[in-house]
Design a protein around this ligand. Structure first.
Ligand code: ADP
Ligand code: LRH
Length: 498
C-alpha cells in the first residue's frame, strides 16, 4: 500500500478482520491482514461474546499490520477504527474495569423483555421517541433484562459502551459512544440525535451512561502506550468510523448520490443479518413506518438509514453448523450448488420466524417449523439450503414493496453488499423475486466504509459522494438482471400467509 494507511477493524457476528486501506492512484487499495472466526459462547443459561478472544485477535491483527507496513517503504499507519454489529454493549466501572460479560443479543435472558417494556411505556410512545423497529434484541430491552436480573455490571457501571466503543476504549482509554451505533439502542431520537430523556426516565436508566454521541469521523484519541507496545502502533490516531457495521456498509454502496429524497436504489447489507433499506436525508417517523415496523437508524453525515432488519444468512450459517455437528462440513459453494439443484419452492421459510432466532439446532427447528406450517418436512440438504435462500428473496420482495410505499418512489436497482453478495444464486433469486436489477458488491463493504470514514475524518477525502466515486472505481460489481419473476407470485402468496 502507498500513502497513509488506515486500519479497519471490522467485526461481524460470524467473523472479524483487520484490513489495511489506503487511497492510491485514484483508487482505494485494501489488504486483508488478519481474519478470524467470531462465535458467541454458551455458558450455563447465557449466551456471551468472547470479548477477550476478540481483543486478542484484534491486537494480533494490528501487530501484523504494523510489521507489514514497517517492512514497506511506501506507507505509514495513520489511524485505526473499529466497527461492529449493533445493539450489544459492555459496562465499565469507576476503576476503569470492564464488569460482567458482554452478552450476545441472542441471549435467552432477553426473551419477553420487550413485552415487559411495553407495559411501562406504550409502543406508540417508544416509536415516536426513537423511530426504531421493534426487536427483542434492541439495547433497550437488553438493559431492562440487566436491570431486572440485578446484573452486577448494571449496578456498578459508570459507563455503558456499545461493542465498537468498547474496543475503542481498549485501544485508546477513551470512553465514547458513536452516533450510528447509538442509534440502534432504541433510546436515541433520530430527529434530534439526542438521547430520549423521556425513555431514560421512564425506564430508570442512569442518564450519565448516555453522553452526547460522537460523530463518525471524529478523532477519539491515540493508541494508548500499553497497546502501542503490544501492537507497534505508536502515535497512531483512533478515529471513529461509522461504528455500526451496517452504517459503514451503506457508506460504501457504489451509488452515485448521497441521501436522495426520492431514491431509485436501495441496498441489502447481506451477512448474518440482511439489512434492506434506503438512505434518506431525514428520518420518517410516521404511522406507516410504525405499522410496517421499519427502522430509522442513523447514517453518516446526518443521513437516515430507513431499513428493515431481516434475519439473513444466519439460517444458512446455522444449517451448516448443524451439519458440522452431524459430521459433514460443506463449503458455502457446495451449499449453493446443492440449493441450485434442489426443487424450487418445496419449502417456504420465513427468515424472521421467532423460532429461528436462536434454536438449539437449526435443522431440527426447520423440520418442526415445516410440520407446524403444514409443509413437507425436508428430506435432503439441498431443499433446506434452497428454502433458506428462497425465504430471503421472498422477504426482500415484500420489503421492497413496503420501501416503495414508505418513500413514495420507485426503486430500480438493488445493491447487495457484504458476504452474501458472493452468493450468485441468492443474488439471482433476489433479482427474479423482486423483478429488479441487482448490483452485487463490494464484498468487504463494511471494512471499506470504515476506511473511507477514517479518510474523511483525517481530511484525505471530503464527502460521501467522493468516497463512493472511489469505491466505484476501485471494486468490481456484478449485475444480475431479473428473469422470470412471475414464477415467484404463487410462492410469494404462500409466504404472505405464513
Ligand atoms: P457478518 O459480517 O454478519 O459476519 P459477512 O458479511 O461476513 O457477515 O457474510 C458472511 C456470509 O457470507 C456467510 O454466512 C455466507 O453465507 C456468505 N458467504 C461468504 N463467502 C461466500 C461464498 N464464497 N459464497 C457464497 N456465500 C458466501
Ligand atoms: C448487522 C447488525 C444489524 C443489527 C444486528 C444486531 O451486523 O449490526 O444492523 O444491528 O447486527
Amino acid at each position: 500500500l502507498k500513502g497513509p494507511v488506515h486500519l479497519a477493524v471490522d467485526l461481524g457476528a460470524s467473523s472479524g478482520r483487520v484490513i489495511a486501506g489506503a487511497a492510491d492512484g485514484g483508487k482505494i487499495q485494501l489488504a486483508e491482514v488478519w481474519r478470524f472466526e467470531n462465535k458467541p459462547v454458551r455458558m450455563q443459561a447465557d449466551l456471551l461474546w468472547n470479548h477477550l478472544g476478540l481483543w486478542q485477535d484484534i491486537t494480533h491483527g494490528l501487530r501484523l499490520a504494523a510489521d507489514q507496513v514497517d517492512a514497506s517503504p511506501l506507507g505509514e499507519i495513520a489511524s485505526v477504527g473499529v466497527d461492529t454489529w449493533g445493539v450489544d454493549f459492555g459496562f465499565i466501572d469507576d476503576k476503569n474495569q470492564l464488569i460482567s460479560p458482554v452478552r450476545c443479543y441472542r441471549d435467552p435472558r432477553n426473551l419477553g423483555r420487550m413485552q415487559d417494556a411495553l407495559k411501562r411505556v406504550s409502543r406508540e410512545e417508544i416509536f415516536a421517541e426513537t423511530g426504531l423497529q421493534f426487536m427483542e434484541i434492541n439495547t433497550l430491552y437488553q438493559l431492562l433484562a440487566a436491570q431486572q436480573a440485578g446484573d452486577v455490571g448494571y449496578q456498578h457501571a459508570t459507563s455503558l459502551l456499545m461493542m465498537a466503543d468498547l474496543f475503542h476504549w481498549m485501544l485508546s482509554g477513551e470512553r465514547t459512544i458513536e452516533a450510528t451505533n447509538a442509534s440502534t439502542t432504541q433510546l436515541l431520537s433520530p430527529v434530534t440525535g439526542k438521547w430520549s430523556e423521556k425513555l431514560l426516565g421512564a425506564f430508570d436508566f442512569p442518564s450519565h451512561w448516555f453522553p452526547t454521541p460522537t460523530q463518525a469521523g471524529t478523532t477519539i484519541g491515540e493508541v494508548q502506550c500499553s497497546v502501542a507496545t503490544m501492537t507497534g502502533l505508536h502515535g497512531v490516531s483512533v478515529i471513529a468510523p461509522a461504528t455500526h457495521d451496517t452504517a459503514s456498509a451503506v457508506l460504501s454502496v457504489p451509488a452515485e448520490e448521497f441521501a436522495p429524497a426520492k431514491p431509485d436504489w436501495c441496498y441489502i447489507s447481506s451477512g448474518t443479518w440482511s439489512l434492506m433499506g434506503v438512505e434518506l436525508p431525514e428520518p420518517k417517523v410516521t404511522k406507516l413506518c410504525a405499522e410496517l415496523n421499519f427502522t430509522n437508524e442513523g447514517g453518516v453525515h446526518g443521513s437516515t438509514r430507513l431499513l428493515k432488519n431481516i434475519g439473513g444468512l444466519w439460517i444458512f450459517q446455522q444449517i451448516r453448523a448443524a451439519l458440522q455437528r452431524r459430521g459433514s462440513a460443506p463449503s458455502w459453494a457446495e451449499m449453493v450448488e446443492a440449493a441450485e439443484q434442489a426443487e424450487p419452492f418445496s419449502l417456504i421459510i420465513n427468515p424472521d420466524d421467532p423460532s429461528l432466532l436462536a434454536p438449539a439446532d437449526m435443522i431440527d427447528e426447520i423440520c418442526s417449523l415445516a410440520g407446524r406450517t403444514n409443509q413437507r418436512v425436508p428430506m435432503d440438504d439441498g431443499v433446506l439450503f434452497r428454502g433458506a435462500l428462497e425465504g430471503l428473496a421472498l422477504r426482500y420482495r415484500l420489503t421492497l414493496e413496503s420501501l416503495e410505499r414508505l418513500t413514495e418512489s420507485s426503486i430500480k436497482t438493488i445493491h447487495i453488499v457484504g458476504g452474501g453478495s458472493l452468493n450468485a444464486l441468492l443474488c439471482q433469486m433476489t433479482a427474479d423475486a423482486c423483478n429488479r436489477t441487482v448490483v452485487a458488491g463490494p464484498v468487504e463493504a463494511t471494512a471499506i466504509g470504515n476506511v473511507a470514514m477514517q479518510m474523511i475524518g483525517s481530511g484525505r477525502l471530503h464527502s460521501i459522494v467522493e468516497a463512493r466515486d472511489l469505491v466505484r472505481k476501485s471494486f468490481p460489481t456484478k449485475t444480475y438482471s431479473p428473469g422470470n419473476s412471475r414464477v415467484w407470485d404463487e410462492p410469494a402468496a404462500r409466504f404472505a400467509e405464513l
